[in-house]
Design a binder for this molecule. Sequence first.
Ligand code: ZN
Length: 429
Amino acid sequence: MIFVLLTHKIKINLKSGEKLMDISASNADHMKQLNRSVVLNVIRNFGPISKVDLAERTKLTFATISNIINELYHSNLIIEDGYGESNGGRKPVLYGLNPNAYFVIGVELGVSQVSAIITNLEAIVVTEYSLNTHFSRKSELVIQQIFDVIDEVIRISGIDYEKIVGIGISCPGPLDLEAGIVMKPPNLVGWENIYLRDLVRDRYNLPTFLEKDANAAALGEKWFGSAKGKENVIFVLADEGIGGGVIYQNRIYRGFNYGGGDIGHGTIDIDGPLCNCGNYGCLEALASGLAIVRRVKEEIRRGVKSKLVDIYESTEEDLTLEIIIESANGGDVLAKNILDEAGRYLGIGTATLINFFNPEVIIIGGSVVNDYDPILKTIEEISCKRAFPYYTKGIKVEKSMLGKRAGLIGAASLVLQSFFDHPNKIIAE
Ligand SMILES: [Zn+2]
């Protein structure tokens, strides 16, 4: 791995020598911060590692490495972690990340649940807490629930507040990420223009990051899950709604209005059913958790036989996606057929994403696939058959390794990415 460092001075006409010094100083400062981040990330990815190996990997001088190691060590961010092989002299000390030096909070807004986790710097979950919610309630009540969930997860963890470095929030889109606003997600009925990021940031006085759910999940998988080490990744979130997230060259690809990769509202069937977004025949209207439940009910009303008929006739609300998946796993033909149908639609939507972004790996997650493996096979088969053949060569379609926690780990990863990009915020000058 080679890191090119900026050593040139900025060439602009300056009226005073004082300003030239300012700019040179800020340039040097920037480089120092960049080098710290580079060293910390190499330790995080390849540690335990010696100073010599760090210098080799980063192309920084041994003296620079020694200075940075000193700073990181005194900030408690790294620890001495054993000894390496001797090259004739003393065995070199190895340095590793101190994963419990700091902690982050991940928050996920689902259609029917608000959840939070606290993780350490390696995304190991320390505590988790969630509450059932309904977005048709007044938005103030849901926001209060979000605060309650965060308060509780901090309280249960027993972690010092000073050790928490930020809060990441994963939320269905559309979002205005610059202003930190939840716009009007089709599945969070009743929510419109909520300044969620700033509400959370102001209450906890911590750096707070808001991100579209599938993007956050994609980042989580890239850092800690099925896409670890991959540069170009697509995450297809098949949940109550359907979303897509894209990692392009290691970073979330957001697009102009922050909707990059959102396959849920791409039209699959021009004469298809009405979608929550107001359009017809969107992928979400055909293959989401809500669509699967609707399709099973339609088939029951048409007279198709299934174990699910009894549930439908006694209490219609009890006929949930969870029950349908359980029945499919138990061999119920109707449940299996409808899930297979959803899988084929998801495969077609995924094929479009493959053609657009040509990723190395496609991760499929969400409640539609987490507990039902056969659907993954269908998605893989259809997407690889429908996408342009050359683009599918060598790509992998995989189940989310983070599973039900993909959104929450993804939310935590938003903070971790910022933390490892800018460790200088922690290091005392
Ligand atoms: Zn739609």
